[in-house]
Ligand binder design. Structure first.
Ligand code: ADP
Ligand code: MG
Length: 337
């Protein structure tokens, strides 16, 4: 059981240290924030539902810790969080959220309803700013309806419902890849699109979530260890080729980031095994001591800064390179036999 920490307003001195305001620019941003909250709450089952590309409804239901009535009353205000309390916490973040801004930003641009229940704390519903008693199992269900309804300027930047829906689906897949031990379900307009049971390995989860057309035997999981970091990579063999880099993904401590130099390290490891213009399926999952990485630099936490990027890059490219070299040798032996 996770230790209980109440939701509190961050002192202004800490709030000022937090990288630029949360941007809720489209439905997939809501999906990302709500899934992060469910994961941070220690959920083992997370259900994401969207309707009309998320514009009509986004609902994320979890079986995590739930909230007390006091937490519920505070959580939609600005800079309210249970995850950090002082400035030094920013130097060793172990949760996906920490700014205490997502729910308040979402609340500002939609109709937000939260149903929650925490052990020995009763069940509560927050709806239109009012709290009343509810009847919810332990956990939380957050519903976001009518996104940007009163914000025509933002609404006009949304794409077709099918395009918004596929962005939501992409975020769902990324979270599922990063958290293989949790069960994830994704429903679109009332139909289940993914039901991913808890997986024992990244490999198992990656195959279930990405649904590649090639046989499972063409994929492997490898591991690397360094000073205060470890990583796993799920790699497709050289017979698994993709036309673009969409299947080269980097995850750090449970979140996907766009980190050009790490992508380069990954590609360097694959070099020579993929014909020009083709790309591997290569998902890299890094676990690193939180004090060695800073996520507080990008509003959507899409980037990270490392204390010692060199060691990590070197380790990733050499372990990946070694895998492809051994693979090539094995293939050669098979051809000779
Ligand atoms: P942050 O995640 O950065 O703390 P949020 O605005 O996303 O900020 O959430 C505010 C607080 O509300 C969280 O710190 C947490 O205490 C609580 N909360 C939000 N979603 C959930 C959830 N699904 N389960 C339990 N608590 C939650
Ligand atoms: Mg959050």
């Amino acid at each position: 059981m996770m230790e209980y920490k109440p939701v509190r307003q961050l002192p202004p001195s800490v709030a000022r240290k937090i990288a630029a305001g949360e941007v809720i620019d489209r439905p997939s941003a809501v999906v990302r924030e709500l899934m992060d909250n469910a994961i941070d709450a220690g959920a083992t089952r997370i259900h994401v539902e969207i309707a009309n590309g998320g514009i009509d409804l986004i609902r994320v239901t979890d079986n995590g810790s739930g909230m007390t009535a006091e937490d519920l009353a505070l959580c939609t205000r600005t800079h309210t969080t249970s995850k950090i309390s002082e400035e030094t916490d920013l130097l060793r973040l172990s949760t996906l959220g920490f700014r205490g801004e997502a729910l308040s930003s979402i609340d500002a641009v939609s109709r937000l309803e939260i149903r929650t229940s925490r052990e020995n704390s009763g069940s509560w519903i927050l709806d239109l700013g009012n709290i009343r008693a509810g009847n919810h199992p332990i956990g939380t269900s957050v519903s976001v309806e009518g996104l940007f309804e009163n914000f025509p300027a933002r609404k006009q930047f949304l794409k077709r419902s099918s395009a918004e829906s596929s962005q939501c689906r992409q975020i769902f897949i990324e979270k599922a890849l990063a958290w293989p031990g949790l069960e994830f379900k994704f429903s679109v307009d009332g139909e289940t699109r993914f039901l991913l049971p808890p997986a024992a390995t990244y490999l198992e989860r990656t195959l279930a979530a990405l649904e590649p057309k090639e046989p499972d035997t063409l994929f492997s999981q490898i591991h690397g260890v360094g000073d205060r970091f470890t990583f796993s990579a799920v790699l497709g063999s050289p017979d698994v080729v993709r036309a673009d880099r969409r299947f080269e993904m980097i995850f750090i401590n449970g979140r996907r980031i766009m980190e050009y130099s790490l992508l380069q390290a990954l590609e360097y490891g694959c070099e020579g095994h993929f014909p020009n213009g083709s790309h591997p399926v290569a998902c890299l999952f890094i676990d690193i001591d939180p004090s060695l990485v800073d996520f507080n630099i990008h509003p959507a936490k899409r980037e990270a800064r490392f204390r010692d990027p060199g060691a990590l890059h070197h380790s990733v490219s050499s372990v990946v390179k070694d895998y492809y070299r051994r693979y090539a040798v094995r293939e050669l032996k098979r051809e000779e036999a």
